[in-house]
Design a protein around this ligand. Structure first.
Ligand code: F6R
Length: 615
């Protein structure tokens, strides 16, 4: 949700800021803007509704000179996406410019008070309130920019990552964070600021992840200074080495990031599994589980919290953990968890799953679980994000940066890690035999090859997608392990092609949704050769006998479904718990090609943002 970038150094800031905005565009693309301190002492602010390229066109021919600047790409929360609501926001006297990611919850009260002091507002945003508040504090207290920002933030409730510059103060950039991420890149005579490390890669590998309630002063020719917002503490910045490469952030010859990410899954799954299964496949070694073995042995139950695609992975995790660990597992939407009067005790293990590691609802669920004494375990992709820092222990999925807004490789990585966790905890709890571990672990090590085979279906799926491009509704059905896969397939189609799709447990269809079936409504059925195969065959017959067309994902060599379904996509046979990983890939491709046929921007679907840092 919104991306912010900042630069101070000896280079021209504009190009660096625009490059950073492109990298962060996955966080929102409703509008974009820059504020640059010009050598003449002017503070030039340019902003525009729409994507970063639209900002670039609108700035053509204008003076963008200057070596200090801030920039923003927006996912609208307060106020519609237009030029006025775009960031940076400036104070009424135009001496301060600020970019913000997050929400100021008490902005109404602050705005009323500022209006009583004679301030006027031009936008509908909460952010403009913050920049006016800083300006008010600065004038009232006659203090420095740093003191004014710190004092203003003490009056603010909500979440923020901000960067502020001041007209006529070309040597200083002030940044701060609370609940929204902010990374500072330390280069040679230059400093970078961004919502995540992607705009910084290629310039420097030395980074500081600002912590909650910290404010930093970045001076042109002085070391980074970090302070606490609320106290007089002066933390020493923890400089870490970034392990990201420029290649990981580029399309690498693919038309879109989403297609690159779908096709990268053989490699990402290899990275995800690496070092976690012994050579003889008899043991699974997840250090986060092993180091906390007593928590997993003594747990009363496991509760998994997540949102969106990660929530679908959680549903598969529930099934595999219950099977391997013989423990009750509950899955909650993180966004509902804290409002559902949750009963959590210090004997519970709470697992939080998040690709970005920054989802506000998941973070809030973690805080609540911790306050009840639960042991909180994170499953995350982005190294150094808030969730892995806020949890007691955890496992990275290690699938590399996911830039396409629709999650693909993170989903398969999450399900893989959940399977590893189930096997590892099952061994510790002695609820699983070595043969089972061995057969699943071996199949996990073979997953890269298995997925490579699945990807050879791409051309067939591309052809198939042409038949269904203009269908207006889809039903996705699955049972057991693959009911969540059906939900995930439907979500992929919805978010990138804007076609209505519903995921349903196949057997539930007859309790209502079957009324929707007619020749206009295609059904996608996930029906691998598993323990529920015979049951799902009769569900397919129910659809066919009502005139619906069926696309079935089946195991290789399935000749029964061929007789009933309109189209069969064959996937290699794997242990039942791994079928969601293998079946997800053709569903990703089907959604992808339908969206492309419809001319949609699959990497940046409308209204969405990759990282949902607001409630
Ligand atoms: C869907 C998608 C979203 C995310 C959700 C949670 O393709 O990407 O539904 O899964 O916003 O995000 P994370 O996993 O970052 O917490």
């Amino acid at each position: 949700m919104c991306g912010i970038v900042g630069y101070i150094g000896d280079k021209q800031a504009y190009d660096i800021l625009i490059h950073g905005l492109h990298r962060l565009e996955y966080r929102g693309y409703d509008s974009a803007g820059v504020a640059i301190e010009h050598e003449t002492g002017e503070l030039n602010v340019y902003k525009s509704k729409g994507k970063v390229t639209e900002l670039e066109s609108s700035v053509e021919g204008k003076d963008t000179g200057g070596t200090l600047g801030i920039a923003h790409t927006r996912w609208a929360t307060h106020g519609e996406p237009n030029d006025v609501n775009a960031h940076p926001h400036v104070s009424e006297d135009r001496t301060l410019a600020l970019v913000h990611n997050g929400t100021i919850e008490n902005y109404g009260v602050l705005k009323t008070a500022l209006m009583q002091h004679g301030y006027h507002f031009s936008s509908e945003t909460d952010t403009e309130v913050l920049v006016q508040l800083i300006s008010y504090v600065k004038h009232t207290n006659r203090c420095s920019l740093f003191d004014a920002v710190r004092e203003a933030l003490r009056q603010v409730e909500g979440a923020y990552a901000i960067a502020v510059v001041e007209k006529g103060n070309p040597d200083m950039l002030v940044v701060a964070r609370k609940s929204s991420p902010l990374v500072i890149g330390i280069g040679d005579g230059e400093t970078f600021v961004a919502s995540d490390a992607t705009p910084i890669v290629g310039y420097t590998d030395k980074v500081v992840y600002l912590k909650d309630n910290e404010i930093a002063v970045i001076r042109r020719d002085a070391p980074l200074e970090v302070h606490s917002i609320d106290s007089i503490q002066h933390p020493v910045p923890d400089i870490q080495t970034l392990k990201l490469s420029v290649e990981q952030l580029e399309k690498g010859g693919y038309d879109t990031f989403m297609l690159k990410e779908i096709f990268s899954q053989p490699g990402t799954l290899r990275d995800c599994i690496r070092g976690r299964i012994t050579n003889d496949c008899k043991r699974v070694v997840l250090s986060g589980v092993i180091e906390n073995r007593d928590r997993f042995i003594n747990a009363n139950r496991i509760v998994i919290v997540a949102c969106g695609t990660s929530w679908h992975a959680a549903l598969i995790g529930k099934r595999v953990i219950q099977e391997m660990c013989r423990i009750s597992v509950e899955v909650e939407y993180a966004s509902e968890f804290r409002y559902g009067c949750p009963y959590i005790t210090d004997r519970d293990v709470v697992i939080a799953i998040s690709q970005s590691g920054e989802t506000a609802d998941t973070l809030a669920a973690i805080q609540l679980a911790k306050s009840k004494g639960a042991f909180v375990y994170g499953i995350c992709n982005v190294v150094g994000a808030s969730i892995p820092r806020d949890t007691d222990s955890g496992t990275y999925i290690h699938v590399g940066p996911e830039i396409g807004v629709a999650s693909t490789k993170a989903f398969t990585g999450q399900v893989t890690v959940l399977t590893l966790l189930a096997l590892c905890a099952g061994q510790i709890r002695k609820t699983i035999d070595t043969e089972t571990v061995e057969s699943i672990a071996r199949a996990l090590t073979e997953l890269p090859q298995t997925i490579k085979e699945v990807l050879t279906l791409a051309d067939t799926i591309k052809e198939l997608s042409r038949i269904y491009t203009y269908a207006r509704n889809f039903l996705y059905l699955g049972r057991g392990y693959n009911y969540p896969t059906a939900l995930e397939g439907a979500l992929k189609l919805k978010e990138i092609s804007y076609v209505h799709a519903e995921g349903y447990p196949a057997a539930e269809m007859k309790h209502g949704p079957i009324a929707l079936i007619d020749s206009e409504m295609p059904t996608v059925i996930i029906a691998p050769n598993d323990s529920l195969y015979d049951k799902i065959i009769s569900n397919v017959q129910q659809v066919k006998s009502r005139g619906g067309s069926v696309i079935a994902i089946v195991s290789k060599g399935d000749r029964s479904m061929e007789q009933i379904a309109d189209h069969c996509l064959e996937i290699p046979e794997v242990p039942e718990c791994l079928t969601p990983i293998v079946a997800a890939v053709p569903l990703q491709l089907l959604a992808y090609y339908i969206a492309i046929n419809k001319g949609k921007d699959v990497d940046r679907p409308r209204n969405l943002a990759k990282s949902v840092t607001v409630e």
